[in-house]
Structures are given as C-alpha cells and as structure tokens.
Design a protein around this ligand. Structure first.
Ligand SMILES: Cc1ncc(C[n+]2csc(CCOP(=O)(O)OP(=O)(O)O)c2C)c(N)n1
Length: 546
C-alpha cells in the first residue's frame, strides 16, 4: 500500500523529473515525505517566485518541464510571477501547490483560495487532484500540455487529505509518449518557395521557436542557400551566430534600430518560429506592404499587420530543407552595411575608459571573458535592451532573455537553474540593481548547494529603463531613484565574494577573477546610462544605409 503522494511522485519520476524547486509547507507534508524515498532532488529555496523562475529557465534550457512547489494560499500566490513568466516565454513548467482538505474548500477557511481559477489565465492547464484515481492521468496531461508546442505552464493543486490517502488499487504512471511533429504538406512548401523565388529582397526573421525545435543548423543552411539576411528576436539570439555574415543581429528595441533597416528594404519576410508576444508585427510591418511567410509548428496568431501570403506548419528543420530544395534563385544578401555599423559601435568602445562604465564597454569586455558556450542570463531593464542589441551571441540557448512576460527578478534564480542544468559552463547574470534586489535572497540557496554563478549588477541607483521611457516621453523623470546597499559587503554577509569595479580597465580582470573563484560572486559595476538617451537620439535620426 502506498499513499497518493507516493503515486504522484512516481508519476513525476516517470516524466523524467530530477529536481523540484520550492519551499515545503504544512499542506504538502505527504508529498515531501514521498520525495524522501525518490530519485528526485528537492532544492529548497528562499522565495517561491525564485523557485518558479528556476523552473522557468530549466524548462527553457532543457525543453523538459521544470517543476516548482509551494504550499497553499500565500505560498501559491508567491509562485505566480515566475510561473506567468514561464508561460508567456513559452517555457515548459509544472507548478504544484498544496491545498487544504476537500472537506473545507466549499466554505471560508484559513488560507483557502481557489487556486485552480487563480492559475487558469496564466497557464495552459490548471487542475486539481480531486480523487486519487486521476493522479496518473492528471500528471501525464500536465506534462504533455506544458511541453507541447507552444510550451508553457501547467498547474496542479493537491489537497492534503487526498495526498495522504492510502491506495489499494494498482494505479501506475501512464506511458510517456513524445509527440512527433508531422512534416508540412508539399503544396505549402512549393507555395513558399515560389514566393521566395519571386522576391527582390527576402529577409528572414528567426524567433524562439527555432531554438525550441533545435532548428538552428537548418536555419543557417537555409539562409546560406538563399543568401538572405537573418534578424533574430531577443529570445532567438544565438539561433544563427552573431559572427555569421548573414546575421543582422537582434530586432525588438522599440525604435528604428539599424536592424530594422533590413526590414524597410525587404519585400518578403520569412518568419521562422516567430512569436508575436515578443515583438508585435505593427512595429516591423507598419504599412502592411510586405509578403509574409510563416514557418512554424503552430498556426499564426491573427494580427492585422501579420496577414500571411503562405503558412507552412510542421517540423521546422524539415520545412526549411524542403523549401530550400525547391528554390532556384540566390539573393543579394548584402547586409555588410548594417552589420558593420553594429560591430563598429562595439569596437568604438573596446578601450573606452569612461567611468561609470558605458554599457557598450561592459558588453565588449563581457564577451571577451565568456566562451561561446557559456551562458548569459539577462534580468529585465535598460541593461536587457543593451544586451539584446550588443551581446554577440554565437550559440542557441547561451543568452537567455525573458521577452514574453519580461519580469524583473529572473536573473539570479535563472542563473542558478542554468548552472544546475549546465554545470560545465560558466554562467553569468547581468541584472539591474532593482531587479537584483527582487530575488537576491537566492544567493544563500546557491551557496548552500555550491552552485557557482557570477552576478554582475549594473549599478545606477535608479529604475533605469523607466527613467529612459520618462525622458523620451516627457523630457524629465520622477520617482525612479533609490539607495543601494554596499553590494560587496552584502555578498560577503552571505559568505559569497564581492568585487566593485572602480575603473574601466578593472572590469576585464575582475570578471576573469570572478569566474576563477568558482563560487557565488557579485561584481558591482557602476554604469553610465546617459548612453540610453543618446541611443534614442541616434536611432531617431537614423537614415538607413542602402
Ligand atoms: C516584476 C516587474 N516589475 C516591474 C516591471 C517594469 N519594469 C521594467 S524594467 C524596470 C526597471 C528596472 O530597473 P533595474 O533593475 O535597476 O534595471 P535598469 O533598467 O536600471 O537596467 C521596471 C520597473 C517589470 N518588468 N517586472
């Protein structure tokens, strides 16, 4: 005889879960007890929001659902932001919350809240284990829904009286069947090829779906075959190496960036794994004058600025290979001007000695220290915009940016999950000082589990991105300043290491030392955000090179 909680944990093992991020609570005592005898490691964290962000980044990097756990009421509500972030960033995540006994859920009762309804609008599937009999089905369905394209969140509420029930029947986990994405119909492949052959300047926009479906190699071959330039959304950075001659860089800054110039000239845009949650079509297709080809595993969202000339649904790599085989024309490519400007911008700052440091200089040096396979996790703020534009990302899944829900606070927990998933890689998070303080408590978690990460804080004592927006809109800013702790002492108080960068030439050796320390290290970098408005002015006056 086993408990329902033991069966539940067996079902998680059956799904290949190796760790759960969370905080134990009174209503999941049976689940915690069942975990003791399982092969699953429970990572005890300091805030449930961080647990959800960890599951989020785990899901994004591995393609397998990350799992987080909390208790009922306030424990579950604490999961919400990180879970919503995963759901909208299309990362597979399972959130499990304890719940009060079913005998008290129909009335006002201590800490009871309708969790299934709370999570419903922020998940693909939200359900309660109302009976032990349904555990194998419910768990299989949660994982299947979370991991199917487009991936997202599944929520499971587990009432404590059900979790503790003894099971006499022979309930066992259901067989896991991985769905195979079918190939696109031939007629659609030919239609797309004809449109591309007839194009003057086809341009490829790669989205996160390329990375999720491991289609990077097929994308590169496709672009080379067509000799067509490739822009990437923030979440598709690395789908083609920055150094590739056909790579335009990242698109998504809500202004007329250099990369957008490629869009102005293009008559056909080939969107591959593109997700408009990242970058709305009206920003890159304001005049509705281009032909759009949608190549993805799911059908396109409806948008007045995203009316398709052709939709090719199916396995992305297979579609790209077959479309390329049907095309006969090689195109102009011709991206040197655009690419050159961005590379120039970086090179110009390579030996900039200004203090506080310029964002361009920080990102130049960061790339010098990080190997192509090392992972950078961005938090959310002005620093994210600079990372998206200027971080030269070479490989898929080596620059993680949240750009669907785009929640601050992902940096530190995200870095912890990334290092756990990829222990052989160096992991750096770049975070604003505000976003850092939202989940800085997880430094203790990282130290306790001996997870070595480097946390670089861009220190401006302000909500930098909001100041940027206020100045752009109104010419002044208000209510965006705050004071910071001494970040070096803060790090040391946890038993971590802390370094402050006092001159521009300090940064490179400090970063090298930080990675060599092989522990949790904070690097406090004063940043000169006067560059933000300068960038706005430059982009405002931008005339696209022809
Ligand atoms: C949880 C959350 N709250 C608020 C926002 C809105 N927001 C986006 S960036 C930002 C300021 C970020 O400041 P900081 O972390 O210091 O980074 P910086 O912009 O200075 O680089 C705010 C308030 C958000 N995206 N997520």
């Amino acid at each position: 005889m086993t408990t329902a909680a033991e069966l539940f944990i067996k079902c998680l093992e059956n799904e290949g879960v190796d760790n759960i991020f969370g905080i134990p609570g009174e209503e999941n005592l049976y689940v915690m007890e069942a975990l003791r005898n399982s092969g699953i490691e429970f990572i005890t964290v300091r805030h449930k929001q961080a647990a959800a962000f960890m599951a989020d980044v785990h899901g994004r990097l591995t393609g397998k659902a990350g799992v987080c756990l909390a208790t009922l009421g306030p424990g579950a509500t604490n999961l919400v932001t990180g879970f919503a972030d995963a759901n909208m960033d299309r990362s597979p995540v399972i959130a499990i919350a304890g719940q009060g006994a079913t005998t008290r859920m129909h009335k006002e009762s201590h800490q009871i809240l309708d969790l299934v309804n709370l999570f419903d609008p922020i998940s693909k599937n939200s359900a309660e284990i109302a009976d032990v009999e349904i555990i194998p089905e419910l768990v299989r369905k949660a994982f299947k829904d979370a991991q199917a394209e487009k991936p997202g969140g599944a929520f499971i509420s587990f009432p404590e009286n059900i979790a503790g029930q003894m099971i006499e029947s022979d309930l066992t986990p259901l067989k896991v069947q991985s769905p195979l994405m079918p190939d696109a119909p031939e007629a659609k492949i030919r239609q797309a090829a004809q449109i591309i052959d007839a194009a003057q300047f086809p341009l490829i926009m790669a989205g996160n779906g390329v990375i999720r479906s491991s289609a990077s190699e097929a994308l590169i071959t496709f672009a080379e075959h067509l000799n067509a330039p490739v822009a990437q959304t923030f979440m598709a950075k690395g789908s083609i190496p920055f150094s590739h001659p056909l790579s335009l860089g990242s698109i998504g800054l809500q202004a007329h960036d250099y990369v957008a110039c490629g869009f102005d000239r293009a008559d056909v845009i080939i969107c591959i794994g593109y997700d408009m949650v990242e970058y709305p079509p009206r920003l890159w297709h304001p005049n509705k004058d281009k032909k759009i080809i949608h190549i993805d595993q799911t059908y396109a969202e409806v948008d007045a600025h995203y009316i398709l000339e052709a939709g090719v649904l199916g396995n992305i790599s297979n579609s790209l290979t077959r479309i390329a085989a049907c095309t006969t024309k090689t195109h102009a490519g011709k991206t040197e001007n655009l690419k050159g400007i961005i590379q120039h911008e970086l090179d110009d700052y390579a030996s900039n000695q200004h203090f506080p440091l310029k964002p361009q200089k920080i990102l130049y040096d960061t790339r010098q220290v990080m190997g192509d396979e090392d992972i950078l996790i961005s938090d959310v703020g002005a620093h994210k915009m600079w990372i998206a534009r200027l971080h030269r990302c070479q490989r898929p899944n080596t620059c993680i940016i949240s750009n669907g829900f785009a929640s601050m606070g992902i940096g530190v927990p995200g870095a912890i999950a990334a290092k756990m998933a990829c222990p052989d890689k160096n992991v750096l998070t770049i975070t604003g000082d505000a976003g850092f303080m939202m989940n800085s408590q997880e430094i203790e978690t990282a130290l306790r589990y001996q997870i070595a990460i480097v946390i670089m804080i861009w220190n401006d004592s302000e909500y930098g991105l909001i100041k940027w927006h206020q100045e752009r809109r109104f010419g002044h800013s208000n209510n965006i300043s705050f004071n910071n702790p001494d970040f070096v002492k803060y790090a040391e108080s946890f038993g971590a290491k802390g370094y402050r960068v006092d001159t521009a030439q300090d940064l490179l050796p400090t970063l090298e030392k930080a990675f060599a320390d092989n522990t949790v290290v904070i690097v406090d970098v004063p940043v000169d955000y006067s560059e933000n408005m300068k960038l706005t002015e430059t982009l405002g006056q931008l005339v696209c090179p022809v």
